[in-house]
Design a protein around this ligand. Structure first.
Ligand SMILES: [Zn+2]
Length: 314
């Protein structure tokens, strides 16, 4: 009888061990981002139980690997994610979310880096990593609702390419220009203009020349007095155009750099399109509020604007 009892006890202990959940310890400041990751997974039919993998997630003062904002380590079957405290404190919300999702992609979804790009140069995955050479200059477009695609892809690598990758517009499909609402003097280098009234449908077009090497030309537009904006910036040394907002970049596109270059921005019925020298560059969602301010102060160097106009369109 006693032997049976001992065997049962041993069996019970073994059984209990295999059922014991792994520890999950997450810094309270990181918890909301982990909760959001789990909710995004559930929305897509991927239900995750963190106790299966175990997870220890904490801030580190100085991550031993240079240039890393976060790191996922597998140690003896336990998962741990270290987040660099200094970089975290300097990050925007979108950058924090992307970082946590990326590290959870490694440690919880068992994903490795994915560095392929769409035909227009945009990254296919927020799991891009270990970038080399010029790749560091290409931003991840985690803005303008495009984060939804990257979250889809995080949970399903076979997510189809979104239409914003391949959609193009023709410069010659010109909207009708209405009232001219802003002009600048020829040879303007730096400006900061407030409009009399907010405008949602508009076209801005100007030509510019660079005055020396190292030149870059920018155009920013947004609401009045806010620190939020959309930006288009020419890099005349690398011959590419950077498109993004105050939070981060969306992409960089090569352009044919001429002695004089023309930028056209059309925002019409919720969509913005950008052309350089009448070549289509990219389209993206219109700015979230009516535009009240247009400027380049502090963002352009060594260029002169020759002909500038801003019109209402419909
Ligand atoms: Zn990584």
């Amino acid at each position: 009888m006693s032997r049976v009892y001992i065997l049962s006890l041993v069996f019970f202990i073994l059984f209990s061990c295999s059922e014991t959940a792994n520890d999950v310890v997450i810094d309270p400041e990181l918890q909301p981002y982990v909760d959001r990751f789990l909710a995004e997974g559930s929305k897509r039919g991927v239900d995750i139980d963190l106790t299966e993998s175990g997870l220890d997630m904490f801030f580190e003062e100085d991550i031993s690997t240079p240039d890393y904002a976060g790191i996922c380590r597998y140690r003896l079957g336990a998962n741990e994610i270290g987040i660099d405290k200094e970089q975290w404190d300097q990050s925007t919300e979108s950058r924090k979310e992307w970082l946590v999702y990326h590290e959870l992609g490694h440690c919880v979804l068992d994903r490795s880096h994915r560095n392929d790009q769409f035909e227009n140069g945009m990254w296919k995955s927020l799991m891009r990593g270990d970038l080399t050479g010029n790749q560091n200059r290409i931003p991840l477009c985690y803005i303008w609702d495009r984060d939804q695609y990257f979250i889809d892809e995080l949970f399903d690598e076979n997510t189809v390419a979104p239409d914003w990758v391949s959609k193009t517009f023709d410069y010659n499909d010109k909207p009708i220009r209405g009232e001219e609402i802003l002009t600048l003097d020829p040879e303007t280098e730096s400006f900061n203009k407030f409009l009399a009234a907010g405008i949602e449908n508009f076209e801005i077009e100007f030509t510019h020349t660079r005055t020396r090497a190292g030149a870059f030309t920018s155009l920013l537009y947004g609401g009045s007095g806010s620190l939020e904006y959309n930006i288009v910036q020419f890099n005349h040394d690398n011959n590419d155009v950077f498109i993004g907002n105050d939070l981060r970049g969306c992409l960089r596109i090569p352009f044919e750099n001429m002695a004089e270059n023309k930028l056209t921005i059309r925002q019409l019925n919720g969509t913005t399109t950008v052309f350089v020298n009448e070549e289509f560059m990219h389209s993206f969602p219109a700015y979230k509020e009516p535009i009240l301010r247009v400027w380049n102060d502090g963002f352009s160097q060594f260029t002169q604007i020759q002909e500038f106009g801003m019109w209402s369109i419909n």
